[in-house]
Each structure stands twice: as structure tokens, then as C-alpha cells.
Ligand binder design. Structure first.
Ligand SMILES: Cc1cc2nc3c(=O)[nH]c(=O)nc-3n(C[C@H](O)[C@H](O)[C@H](O)COP(=O)(O)O)c2cc1C
Length: 404
């Protein structure tokens, strides 16, 4: 479980239906060792009574900005200074808009401006509100200012609709908070991840690619950041939103991915090759668009460099994790890959119609020298977190001297 010992967390609760989950969040944050003080917007008090938060946090709940009694107790500036992290969960569309505008006409708005501690939001709203151009733009601006977004998740909503906008579960928020405050199991580690397919040009308009969506690699990058790692993501072309990572390098071909990875691999503590890199690419790409004239077209292909094996063979090699996508003999191939490429860990998934590529759920068989396990079918973000915890465990077992 995440440790938040001696951390002061100022929890802002705003007026969304997910406010009831904030009560459990207070309990879990305190269970992880944090001191929690709760600030509620007026709308939030229509959903959950302040007394609930007072009882769970063991502290008075702060409600008003322009209240002489409040200011003489722990005023808004003292509260802002007290916090190691300001966490707003749930964060409504309305509060997000206020924050983007820099409004300070209530206690939580004023605190968010006055605090110098990091600010994290766990948005929760109806999927149409989440997808609205106003909300999208507000969040884009806030992220550029360094505000951290935790979630949201997608799924069934209180309003009966389905889509993005569900607040992350309280336990996931606690994990992310521990990562943000540098206490996650991957804190201090530099992790290099590849994701997505590669595109190999035949001519200026045509290419060979594969069905990888990049979802697993992106989920790993997000989860690794949430668990405290400094993540560099090298991504082939995908349709996915930009993930929260320290560095995103977008590449197209296997050769480009190879060069990009090799330039960074020795600086990484952990390398995770989740990209579906082409095994063979056209020998040469035509300079002009090929005409449909001959009855047959013969494409001469050459083998691409094996990025994973090259990383594993480095003198100063990171803890090297390979992905295997197989249609059959999954476990045997995974064990063979572990040995053949001298990897530290292999995560294998079955691919085929409706499985693996582009799916939102996945299951993994994971093996390493001296052990193996199955991670059962789950949404890719959850699976990614489970896999990273396993990687953290194996990494720390191999590098005990580097642990404090
Ligand atoms: C039953 C009900 C549920 C609501 N749930 C949400 C929600 O989940 N997310 C959201 O952004 N707004 C939601 N709203 C709208 C907010 O309560 C409203 O925008 C309010 O002004 C937010 O105030 P605050 O941001 O100052 O807390 C809901 C309103 C009602 C009546």
C-alpha cells in the first residue's frame, strides 16, 4: 500500500455526485498516513454533509472565505501554506472553469491560487460535459500550467450514460497521489517505454503497419508516471490523447524507433518494449507514388533491428521488459523469448480476433527468471498498474543496493 506518512493533503470537494466517494478517499488518505483537511464548495454541501468529512478527517471542515471566525482560526493563506498537495476530488466542470479563469470568489478557488504546492484534480462529470469544447480547452490550459489530472475513468455514469467522466476510484487516487509526492514504488526511476505500431513506407503515400492501437503502452506510461517514475514514451503513430509523461517522442518507422530508443536506453533504469515494431520493412521506399501498371508487384523486405535484444545487450543495460503477442503457445513462446533475448521479464498476451490489439481489456502471462504469474482479464489501465507493481518488485529485488 502507498505511503503518505507526514504528508499534508488539502482536499477540495466540489458539487458533483461523486462527492460521496470523497468520504472514502479521506479514509484511505489517512490510512496511508496523511493528514487531511477538507474544504468544500457550497454546492458540495448539498451532496454530503460537512459533518461526514469532519468525522473522517478528524479536523474541522472549511467552508467560507469571508468568515471572520474562519480567518482567525486557520485562514486561507495558512491553509494554503500547510498543504503539501492540493487535491480536488471530485472536480466539477464548473470548478475546472473557475480554476482556468483564476477566480477566487470562494475559499477553494482562493486556496488554489494561494497555494504553491502541486495541484491535482480528479474530474467527475457527465460524459457530454467532459467532451464539451469548453471543458477540453479549460483542462488543456490547466495542464499546461502544471496542474495534474488524475483520471477520469470511462464507464457507466450516475446519470445513466456511458463514457469518460467517472471519477477514479479512491484507491487509484491515493496511488496517484503517492506517485505525485514521490513515494510510489517507482519513485526516482527513469522508465523508457515504447508503444504503438510502426509504419514502413512503400512509397510516399503507402505503408505497411499492424493492428497495434498503442493502448497498452500508453496505459503503462500513465500508470508508471502515477507510481512515481519519470517516463519517456517513444510512440509510433496512434490516435490516443497525449499521456502525462516527462517526454513523448513521436516516431514513425522501426528504424526511427530503434535510433530513438538506443539514444536513451542507457539513461533508463527500466525499459519496457510494448510497441509492435515491424519485423520486416521494404528494402527501399520509392521516391514517387508507384503506379498500378504491372499485374504483380514484388516487394523485397529486410529484417529490422531487434530493439529489445539490442537494449538487453547494452553494457549498462536497464531492467529490460519485453512484450510478446502470440496467437498460440503463449506461455512457451514467452519463456523462450525471456531466455533467447536475455530479458529480465516478459509479459505475453494472446492476440487474434477481438483479443489484444485495439481491445480495451487484456490478460497477461508474465514470466521472469525464477517465477511466473497470470494477470487475469482487466481494463488495460488496471492491468498496466498491476504489471508495473510486479516490475517494481523485480527491479528492487535485483537492485537492492540502490534502495534507500
Ligand atoms: C444531482 C446533480 C448532480 C451533479 N453532478 C455533477 C457532476 O458529477 N459533475 C459536475 O461537473 N457537475 C455536476 N452537477 C452540477 C454542479 O453541481 C454545478 O455545476 C455546481 O454549480 C458546481 O459547483 P462547484 O463547482 O462550486 O462545486 C450536478 C448537479 C446536480 C443537481
Amino acid at each position: 500500500m502507498a505511503s503518505l506518512a507526514n504528508k499534508n493533503i488539502l482536499l477540495g470537494v466540489t458539487g458533483g455526485i461523486a462527492a460521496y466517494k470523497a468520504a472514502e478517499l479521506v479514509r484511505l488518505l489517512r490510512g496511508a498516513g496523511a493528514s487531511v483537511r477538507v474544504v468544500m464548495t457550497r454546492a458540495a454541501t448539498a451532496f454530503v454533509a460537512p459533518l461526514t468529512f469532519q468525522a473522517l478527517s478528524g479536523q474541522p471542515v472549511h467552508l467560507e472565505l469571508l468568515d471572520p471566525a474562519e480567518e482567525s482560526a486557520m485562514g486561507h493563506i495558512s491553509l494554503a501554506r500547510w498543504a503539501d498537495l492540493v487535491l480536488v476530488a471530485p472536480a466539477t466542470a464548473d470548478f475546472i472553469a473557475k480554476l482556468r479563469a483564476g477566480l477566487a470568489d470562494d475559499l477553494l478557488g482562493a486556496l488554489c491560487l494561494a497555494a504553491t504546492a502541486p495541484l491535482a484534480l480528479a474530474p467527475a462529470m457527465n460524459q457530454a460535459m467532459w467532451n464539451h469544447a469548453a471543458t477540453r480547452e479549460n483542462l488543456e490550459v490547466l495542464e499546461r500550467r502544471g496542474v495534474r489530472l488524475l483520471g477520469p475513468a470511462a464507464g457507466s455514469q450516475a446519470c445513466g450514460e456511458t463514457g469518460p467522466g467517472r471519477m477514479l476510484e479512491p484507491a487509484q487516487i491515493v496511488e496517484s497521489v503517492a506517485g505525485l509526492l514521490g513515494d510510489g514504488p517507482l519513485a526516482g526511476l527513469a522508465i523508457l517505454i515504447t508503444a504503438g505500431p510502426t509504419r514502413e513506407a512503400i512509397d510516399p503515400v503507402r505503408y505497411i503497419s499492424n493492428r497495434s492501437s498503442g493502448k497498452m503502452g500508453y496505459a503503462l506510461a500513465e500508470a508508471a508516471s502515477a507510481l512515481g517514475a519519470e517516463v519517456t514514451l517513444v510512440s509510433g503513430p496512434t490516435a490516443l490523447p497525449t499521456p502525462r509523461v516527462r517526454e513523448l517522442v513521436e516516431v514513425e518507422s522501426a528504424d526511427e524507433m530503434h535510433r530513438t530508443v538506443m539514444a536513451r536506453a542507457e539513461l533508463a533504469d527500466v525499459y519496457i518494449g510494448a510497441a509492435a515494431v515491424a519485423d520486416y520493412v521494404p528494402n527501399a521506399s520509392a521516391a514517387q507514388k508507384l503506379k498500378k501498371s504491372a499485374d504483380e508487384m514484388i516487394l523485397i523486405m529486410r529484417k529490422t533491428p531487434d530493439i529489445l535484444a539490442a537494449v538487453a545487450a547494452l553494457e549498462k543495460r536497464p531492467f529490460t521488459v519485453g512484450f510478446a503477442a502470440e496467437t498460440d503457445h503463449l506461455e512457451d513462446y514467452a519463456r523462450q523469448k525471456l531466455a533467447a533475448k536475455a530479458l529480465d521479464l516478459v509479459a505475453a498476451n494472446r492476440v487474434g480476433p477481438g483479443l489484444g490489439f485495439d481491445a480495451d481489456d487484456n490478460a497477461l502471462f508474465v514470466c521472469w527468471k525464477g517465477g511466473e504469474t497470470h494477470l487475469p482479464l482487466a481494463p488495460k489501465p488496471i492491468l498496466a498498474e498491476q504489471l508495473l507493481r510486479l516490475i517494481a518488485e523485480r527491479y528492487h529485488a535485483q537492485n537492492p543496493a540502490q534502495d534507500s
